[in-house]
Design a protein. Structure first.
Length: 293
């Protein structure tokens, strides 16, 4: 229940920000700090928020759910990489606000992939990063740092990103985490112009097609801490049982911990956990694709 409340709190904050940006050019985001602190405290003890990040998206307002999910994925990676509390709060906050600028660009500029945008809409889309940064009132150094991290979510390790074309170690490490979390979330959830990929294919796409966009350290962190079968995803086993991933085996990414929900005949059962790292006969057969929420 607490996970749902926290997730709803993030969504409500983002909805409020969007409403404010429709009538103002600048907003005070200070309220994001206590929200992020609660998220970090919770995620240090539980991975339940990952269920929402994997399974929830709003087809009518992708900006809202995307931003919440990116923050959760980024924090998952940051915790795995042993970042300290203060930096995790900054990372979470940056994840939540990273796409504020989308609220200030034409809708058509945020509905398609870059390669399918007209020149004009491409310009507006790329402008959303600086529009977002400029929208945040820098009331103190921490808010300034959060805004700076958020502004890096489209920078790429090979220098091909925007708005500044920063390269390798010129990109703040937290910005690098945010960039890969942003890409991953976009891949696994549907957009108006395409279906979402199941998580293993999202990871595969990043490794095969975007490997130069991220450092080896960040790619390893994505694999280790989000993993091929992330916490929250529903899977079908070779036994035809259906369950949800509830834990990872870092040394065995193809063999996570599963909570079985349905038996081989599709009958709902009293949930129980199995560790595929210890179950030699059972393997994941497929992920169950998301349906519109």
């Amino acid at each position: 229940m607490l996970a749902k409340q926290l997730y709803s709190e993030i969504l409500d904050f983002l909805k409020n920000c969007k409403q404010l940006l429709q009538i103002n050019t600048e907003i005070d985001i200070s309220k994001i700090i206590p929200i992020s602190e609660k998220v970090i405290d919770f995620m240090m003890q539980s991975n339940d928020l990952n269920y929402y990040a994997i399974n929830y998206y709003d087809e009518h307002d992708v900006f809202i759910s995307h931003s919440a999910n990116v923050a959760i994925f980024a924090v998952t990676i940051g915790i795995g990489m042993k970042y300290q509390q203060k930096e995790l709060v900054n990372l979470c906050s940056a994840g939540i606000i990273h796409d504020l600028g989308i609220a200030r660009v034409p809708a058509k500029a945020s509905e398609k992939t870059l390669d399918k945008l007209s020149k004009q809409n491409n310009y507006f889309f790329k402008k959303h990063v600086t529009l977002g940064y400029d929208s945040v009132i820098k009331v103190n150094e921490q808010i300034e740092r959060i805004a700076q991290i958020a502004s890096l979510h489209h920078e790429k390790y090979d220098g091909s990103g925007f708005p500044n074309g920063l390269k390798s170690d010129k990109i703040d490490p937290l910005g690098q985490i945010l960039s890969v979390a942003d890409a991953y979330e976009s891949l696994i959830h549907p957009r108006k112009q395409r279906d979402g990929r199941i998580p293993p294919l999202g990871i595969k796409h990043i490794l095969q097609n975007r490997g130069n966009f991220y450092s080896k350290e960040i790619l390893k962190a994505l694999l280790d801490h989000i993993s091929i079968y992330p916490v929250g995803v529903y899977v079908k086993l070779n036994s035809n049982e259906i369950g949800r991933v509830v834990g990872l085996n870092p040394d065995k990414p193809l063999q996570p911990i599963i909570k079985i929900l349905y038996d081989s005949k599709g009958v709902k059962v009293k949930p129980f956990e199995i560790n595929l790292g210890e179950e030699i006969q059972k393997k994941i057969k497929t992920c169950i694709p998301l349906k519109n929420k």
